[in-house]
Design a protein around this ligand. Structure first.
Ligand SMILES: NC(=O)c1ccc[n+]([C@@H]2O[C@H](COP(=O)([O-])OP(=O)(O)OC[C@H]3O[C@@H](n4cnc5c(N)ncnc54)[C@H](O)[C@@H]3O)[C@@H](O)[C@H]2O)c1
Length: 320
């Protein structure tokens, strides 16, 4: 990305606030412009307001950013990635999920030769950077004697029951929104290979999916539950190492974890509560992206593999 990064921020909704908060503390970054058709004014960034536009196309008529960040509704990502690739030489960080359907993934792939999609497009798989996820991945790496991960259960609940319309407009369905977070988290621990069963329930407000994976030479299954039918957020993942009798529990809401074997506590992870959860995800994500060698979990190839798994689930209302 070079020594300095001029960033164009597209979409100024909920998650853009976290991007801007984290970027403001990156000394090598400047905010070149913002773009959002529904916001008349740009936000204050380091005490000043950047030039603001009603569209990415208008902004690219005036600016040459090094990095374009797309924090817009999921079903706008593909068109905006294509615009960014065709109208600028910038790299692109798209919010997750990269695309909302497989046709959009094929469209991006078809541009690779012309526009270096694989070198320029990154996806903000932010959950993979959450501190408890990185801690659990370190535990795995440090304890080969635990053997393979023989089972995983993950449950992601978001309190969108009363905000259903807005949540559907921005995130499409609970599985579209959270399934990709669960799959990118799994990818820190095991190699996800196939969605062996998948049901979107409650008109897309919930889902139940089963993902097969490989871990240390054996095949295991991950049970993935997502739902918006709750008044509060709660997200947890449990990893079982059946051969060693070890379990690792991580709480993504509290950013905590522990490992135990039967009644014996083996390891714990906690935090001092000073870093808000989303900042704790996006700060290391940006440090990695802005470094010379971004983490592979941000790459187009990872996004493409996860998209294919993610979209093996039939759309809501198809009765499977
Ligand atoms: N909210 C979260 O906690 C969160 C966390 C991680 C990732 N995400 C992802 O980030 C994306 C955005 O989510 P959000 O919660 O910020 O949504 P949001 O609805 O709060 O904000 C989206 C913003 O994009 C703007 N917009 C719409 N079309 C646009 C266009 N063509 N060009 C420029 N701006 C446009 C809207 O006016 C709105 O201000 C989604 O893909 C979501 O999955 C959200």
């Amino acid at each position: 990305m070079g020594d300095l990064a001029r960033v164009g921020m597209v979409g100024l909704g909920v998650i853009a606030k976290t991007h801007l908060e984290v970027l403001a503390h990156q000394p090598r970054v400047s905010l070149e412009f913002t773009a959002d058709p529904h916001r008349p004014e740009p936000p204050v960034f380091r005490g000043a307001r950047p030039p603001h536009y009603g569209s990415l196309a208008a902004a690219l008529g005036e600016h040459r950013p090094d990095l374009i960040v797309l924090a817009t509704p999921t079903d706008t990502h593909a068109d905006l990635v294509v615009q960014a690739l065709e109208r600028s030489p910038a790299r692109v960080l798209a919010e997750k999920p990269l695309v909302h359907d497989l046709a959009s993934l094929a469209r991006l792939r078809s541009l690779d030769e012309k526009a270096d999609v694989r070198g320029r497009v990154f996806t903000a798989h932010h959950f993979a950077f959450s501190p408890e996820v990185r801690w659990a991945a370190e535990q795995l790496a440090e304890h080969p004697e635990w053997g393979p991960v023989t089972g995983i259960t993950s449950a992601f609940y978001d309190p969108y029951v009363l905000l259903r319309e807005k949540a559907s407009a921005s995130y499409l369905s609970s599985w579209t929104d959270s399934g990709v977070n669960q799959l990118s988290t799994l990818a820190r621990f095991v190699e996800p290979t196939a969605l062996t069963s998948a049901r979107q329930l409650d008109d897309g407000a919930s889902a139940w999916c089963v993902c097969e994976y490989r871990s240390r030479g054996t095949v295991g299954t991950a049970r993935l539950r997502t739902s918006w039918l709750t008044g509060s957020s709660s997200k947890e993942t449990a990893l079982v190492f059946g051969e060693a009798g070890v379990e690792v529990w991580i709480d993504h809401t509290a950013m905590t974890g522990f490992a135990a074997r039967g009644g014996e506590l083996l390891a714990t992870y906690g935090n001092d509560g000073r870093t808000p959860r989303k900042v704790a995800h996006y700060r290391p994500l940006y440090e990695s992206l802005l470094s010379g060698s971004p983490d592979p979990v941000l790459s187009f190839d990872t996004a493409a593999a996860l998209t294919e798994l993610h979209h093996a689930a039939p759309p809501p209302g198809t009765g499977r």
